[in-house]
Design a protein around this ligand. Structure first.
Ligand SMILES: [Zn+2]
Ligand SMILES: [Zn+2]
Length: 120
């Protein structure tokens, strides 16, 4: 199922120190290049999942914060948590619209082929 939700896809490159901090906190190596998963046209804050499931890098112009935040899960609405693939994959309390069209996630497969915004 595909919808036309456009993601922000703003990229950020981690420094050695940030990548080391993520590895230390989450126990997993982080990709050096992260991509904002919020829906396009959100505010100043960007967010990208990193390390483990609930680790997020949030960033603003000139500022970056690594935080553990549960997924928004809007419309996942299944108390078993099983329907998460259909829910919003953004961090709870995120800016902008819910990203219901987030692609299926697999560790080590950060590429979202069809949802990249082409320009702007
Ligand atoms: Zn963004
Ligand atoms: Zn959401």
């Amino acid at each position: 199922m595909t919808t036309s939700v456009e993601l922000c896809s703003r990229q950020v490159v981690l420094s050695d120190r940030e990548a080391g901090a993520i590895r230390g906190l989450s126990g997993r190596a982080a990709d050096r290049v992260l991509e904002c998963v919020l829906v396009a046209d959100h505010g100043q804050e960007h967010a990208a999942r990193t390390g483990g499931d609930e680790w997020w890098l949030r960033w603003w112009p000139g500022r970056r914060v690594l935080q553990r935040i549960p997924s928004c899960g809007e419309a996942a609405a299944d108390e078993t948590g099983a329907a998460r693939a259909d829910g919003c994959g953004c961090p709870a309390g995120h800016e902008g619209g819910h990203a219901f069209a987030s692609p299926p996630e697999g560790p080590g497969d950060p590429a979202g082929p069809s949802v990249r915004a082409g320009g702007v």
